[in-house]
Design a protein around this ligand. Structure first.
Ligand code: MG
Length: 157
């Protein structure tokens, strides 16, 4: 079995919602990003790549590449899962933490968890989603952006 960790940040910018785990959550801001800026999926992809020893998201999906402009981050996840499958690896479980002063995701948590579980073809019990503010400290606390942490376990089939 192998463990991996991931971290991602996006700054808020103009817009009226953010993508989180493939779910569009209404907000007074959007995020600045080359892709759809889904911090949960980006942290998850980095954790999976890390567990597999395959580098990071920027190497596989460069933000200078026009094909990823405005991309649905689910495409990053699908491609990453194919890379893992090619190594004979499967995902055991994932644990995600969203760091955000806003938006609050309590209403959306079950939907986001279900969305991520479906993308991973895992039962929801294998996908945990936590959320925390930073007690108004730092860039997250000032609601200048959002961040996510991911930890994953993978194993040979
Ligand atoms: Mg990102």
């Amino acid at each position: 079995m192998r463990v991996g960790s991931g971290f991602d940040v996006h700054a808020f910018g103009p817009g009226d919602g953010v993508m989180l785990g493939g779910v569009r959550v209404p907000h007074t801001r959007g995020v600045v990003a080359h892709s759809d800026g889904d911090v949960l999926l980006h942290a998850l992809v980095d954790a999976l790549l890390g567990a597999a020893g395959l580098g990071d998201i920027g190497q596989h999906f460069p933000d200078t590449d026009p094909q990823w402009k405005g991309a649905d981050s689910a495409r990053f996840l699908t491609t990453t899962l194919q890379l893992l499958a090619g190594q004979g690896q499967r995902v055991v479980n994932v644990d995600l933490t969203l760091l955000a002063q806003a938006p609050r995701i309590a209403r959306w948590r079950d939907q986001i968890r279900g969305s991520i579980a479906a993308k991973l073809a895992l039962p929801e019990a294998a996908v945990n989603l936590k959320a925390t503010t930073t007690e108004h400290l730092g860039f997250i606390g000032r609601a200048e952006g959002i961040a996510a942490l991911a930890t994953v376990l993978i194993e040979a089939r």
